[in-house]
Design a protein around this ligand. Sequence first.
Ligand code: ADP
Length: 392
Amino acid sequence: MIVLVINAGSSSLKYQLLDTTTKKVYAKGNCERIGIDGSFIGHEENDGSKQKLEVALPDHKTAIKHVFDILAEAGFDTDKIEGIGHRVVQGGWYFPESKVVTDETLGWVREVAPLAPLHNYAEADVIEICREMFPSIGNVIVADTSFHYNMPEKAWRYALPRDVVDKLHIRKYGAHGTSHRYIWKTTSEFLNGDVHKLVSCHLGSGASLSAIEDGHDMDTTMGLTPLDGLIMGTRCGTIDPATVCYLQRVGGYSVDEVDTMMNKQSGLLAVSGVSSDSRDIEAGAHNGDANCQMALDMFYYRTSQLIAEMAQSMHGFDTMVFTAGIGENSAEMRLGVAKELEWLGVKIDEKANEVRSDEPRVISTDDSKVKVLVVPTNEELMIALDVEALLG
Ligand code: ADP
């Protein structure tokens, strides 16, 4: 099935056109700065050719129109697109699994939008535009929270007053669910089913862990929002929640300032004082920058601590997978995290860890108690497979 996958943000729109049978990606790209001066589309085809088109993108509708035009100009028969898969950041309590777009399901995306206002409203608008522009193509909603929805109540419930959490729908929703689901599927295929308790480590600029037992999510590190859990590129991860009150009451920061501080000015960027990008931080640490070294030390410490927490939620783990930008590319950071877990029997084969590849691979030694792998994630393929399952 030929599927177009769309990942819309408030000022961006990523797209990928792919075939679910051959898994071939025909083209992909990103419309950036939608509604802002200097908008452009970065477009890439499967022969590696790339182009940057500087076009006015006053709104998402114009961006989608351009995407279809670019695909047509590149020789793709857009009439062959059989389904559109939409990544939705927050599915709330309505999407324990992916769903076909109808008036009702689209309404749900908007109803839960206060939980993720920067994303859900734009995503709902884009879904509506696609329905209007291409009425013969089916649309599917794939929420990033779905995979986590059925975790045990003791894992998702917050110990706040029941009337408050009920009224405001406060609970652990998690994120990166599509990636964690893909990691389970790919790892169990790669290991011929010999995996039961897996800790999936999605370490990118946003980062989260998922405890997966026989395909079911048992716990995850992100919470009501993607701010919780690990130290990330610019997000602080878990801190004492009273810090939020203290920053406002004593520090004099407004709600929005605290929100921006914790989401955009914290994490690896804040500790290193250099960059949110792990490559710059590794380089800084090699050059003797103590703050960069501290950023790495804190990342290894917190990530390994939370991996142990995820393992505890399953009373053990037999497999651990690294994925996403850092997890797939940084041998140094994989080793740093894994070394902290040696006491649990995690042993990395340092040569295997250095191998670069786009394929799933084992990087632990034969006598490691826990099998450690690197598995490149592919959220777009997972979304497209859901589209095929629901519309094919
Ligand atoms: P996201 O999808 O959350 O934006 P990614 O999964 O693409 O993030 O991860 C991006 C991060 O991965 C970068 O900020 C960087 O810290 C890290 N990284 C490390 N090595 C590489 C590499 N060789 N290529 C890309 N990203 C890398």
